[in-house]
Ligand binder design. Structure first.
Ligand SMILES: *Cc1c(COP(=O)(O)O)cnc(C)c1O
Length: 226
């Protein structure tokens, strides 16, 4: 994938997002793209920053620590999301590195962030991850617990909860999961919905996504020789 291919793919994804929004009678500006740059080196990411894109997603703290401090000093207004699971003993490592953590899903993790804030840290904003497929191996609060968990995070722990995030089961049609997440967000009184990846982001936009997370449709398949 050349630099020009990546930019062309990026533009195509952006225009498909806008078209899907229009099909759903939503504003074309209602949906933001998070470019998932996990596994890709900074040389692959820089052209998108130079092209004007500012919102990126990484799934590992250690990889982000190696890549983003330099990119952030060149582009201070960029916004980096953690989209992978986070252990509570790594919460401190997210401070100053991630602007948004999309994988908040456990009381222990919330307590870790609360302690950091009480010690003066400037916390990221959060999405609560919901395990809509109730898969044993997947992170996320159960749908039945989502609304109470959001309430507790906001009202008792005073975290900035932007909305909900989900990764539907690989083998299920994603639409019912997107619809469930939308319903839970309305019930919880949060407005942002992070849902939809390369294979299903247009469906997610039709069902109310305000952020889609797209990697391979822009950079190509991960783990291929470069
Ligand atoms: C890798 C990843 C994505 C992007 O997946 P693609 O299919 O490459 O677009 C989105 N969300 C999460 C949580 C991911 O881990």
């Amino acid at each position: 994938m050349t630099e020009d291919d990546v930019i062309a793919n990026y533009e195509q994804v952006q225009s498909r997002i806008r078209r899907a929004a229009q099909e759903a009678a939503r504003s074309p500006d209602a949906v933001e793209l998070t470019v998932v740059s996990k596994t890709w080196p900074t040389e692959k990411i820089s052209p998108l920053l130079a092209h004007g894109h500012r919102r990126f997603g990484e799934n590992r703290v250690q990889e982000a620590q190696a890549k983003w401090p330099a990119l952030k000093s060149a582009y201070p207004d960029c916004c980096v999301h953690l989209i992978g699971a986070l252990q509570s003993n790594k919460a401190a490592d997210t401070i100053g590195l991630f602007d948004v953590v999309e994988s908040l899903d456990r009381e222990k993790l919330v307590h870790a962030f609360r302690r950091l804030a009480d010690d003066g840290a400037r916390l990221p904003a959060f999405f609560v991850q919901v395990n809509t497929g109730e898969e044993a191996q997947k992170s996320g609060v159960l749908p039945a617990d989502a609304v109470a968990f959001v309430d507790w995070c906001r009202n008792d722990q005073h975290l900035d909860i932007l909305g909900l995030m989900a990764i539907p089961p690989q083998d299920d049609p994603p639409a019912p999961h997107f619809a469930l997440l939308h319903e839970l967000a309305a019930e919880a009184g949060v407005s942002a919905l992070s849902m939809g990846m390369s294979g299903d982001y247009e469906t997610a936009v039709h069902l109310g996504a305000t952020m889609v997370r797209v990697g391979s449709a822009i950079f190509g398949p991960r783990g291929t020789p470069q």
